[in-house]
Design a binder for this molecule. Structure first.
Ligand SMILES: Cc1cc2nc3c(=O)[nH]c(=O)nc-3n(C[C@H](O)[C@H](O)[C@H](O)COP(=O)(O)O)c2cc1C
Length: 303
């Protein structure tokens, strides 16, 4: 059988050899290691879990390899204190009955949350806003980097400037950028580019994610999973607003980030994630009659 192909093999022996060697070299140098190999090599433990979209991740491997090279000239220091104390955790265990009562009570509170688009002008005490943001700041974060900044705005002029930026961009979003599918999907919610609530509401809370920061020694501090960390903080923020007895609108004004960041004098490492008007609902406020998925549609139990 081999003899049949022997003349071909002999004639093209060097071509075949070059192809085989190139293939082996390509595999060796260009193929990504599996998550397991990466985790085992210890170069970047965080990557083992998923293909995250967190932009900080793409820099991590590079930064790590640079750090490894730098190790000879200067010792790598952790961002947190090397002498960080570990202290006892105080915990009061609840009975199973209490656990269920608390879980059900919490569900009742969050199930009542709705996105409001019509707000009252009634003022909200500053201290309430501060406590809500304090709660958001308790969120877990990758390597405890706490990559968030919350800007609370009650100043009418600043609110008006934000409204102008948002309405200008949203008009283009609705008319050009979003396209027919997106605007059609949104139409039952009756949203458009007019955002009156941005000036009627007593407070605007703007959430910025810090994509990185700078350590006291001037080195860049990597904010691992900043996107996910800030998203968790936003979830707590929205829940805290609800628990306090106020209402909000989760909004992500497209293309407004740079202009708002510059208006508020926020640094270049901060990116706008959410804009939340916070206050009381208007007396005649309406909401779309949305239904939520049943537990059986969102839960998979494996016992
Ligand atoms: C990430 C995110 C972005 C959103 N962006 C907007 C927005 O820009 N404008 C808006 O009116 N609503 C926005 N919403 C609100 C949703 O439309 C709303 O949460 C959804 O319709 C469900 O209604 P509910 O919040 O009352 O349960 C956003 C919600 C999320 C989670």
């Amino acid at each position: 059988m081999f003899a049949e192909y022997a003349p071909f093999t002999t004639k093209y022996f060097y071509h075949i050899l070059v192809i085989v060697v190139s293939f082996i070299l390509f595999k060796k140098f260009f193929e990504r290691p599996s998550a397991e190999e990466t985790a085992q090599s210890g170069t970047y433990a965080f990557t083992a879990s998923d293909e995250s979209t967190d932009p900080s991740e793409s820099n991590v491997a590079a930064d790590n390899s640079t750090s490894q090279m730098d190790k000879t000239s200067c010792e790598v220091e952790p961002a947190l204190s090397r002498d960080l104390k570990h202290i006892p955790y105080h915990y009061v265990r609840k009975s199973e009955k209490e656990l269920l009562a608390h879980a059900s009570e919490f569900y009742r509170i969050v199930a009542a949350r709705r996105t409001l688009r019509f707000f009252s002008t009634d003022p909200v005490p500053r201290e309430v806003i501060r406590e809500i943001i304090r709660a958001a700041g308790t969120a877990p974060s990758g390597a405890h980097t706490e990559p968030w900044t919350f800007v609370a705005i009650s100043n009418p002029t600043t609110k008006l400037k934000i409204r102008k930026i948002v309405e200008q961009e949203e008009e283009i979003n609705y008319k050009k950028r979003m396209g027919i599918k997106w605007t059609t999907d949104l139409s039952p919610l009756r949203t458009n580019w007019i955002k009156e609530y941005l000036t009627t509401v007593p407070y605007l809370i703007l959430v910025f994610k810090q994509t990185y920061s700078t350590l006291p020694n001037g080195q860049k501090k990597i904010h691992y999973y900043h996107e996910m960390s800030v998203s968790i903080a936003c979830g707590i923020l929205i829940t805290a607003i609800q628990y306090a007895g106020l209402v909000t609108l989760t909004s992500t004004p497209m293309n407004c980030g740079p202009a708002i960041r510059s208006l508020l004098g926020r640094p270049a490492n901060e990116k706008l994630v959410l804009l939340l008007p916070v206050g009381y609902p208007a007396k005649d406020a309406t909401i779309p009659d949305l239904q939520r998925k049943d537990l059986s549609e969102i839960l998979v139990e494996i016992d």
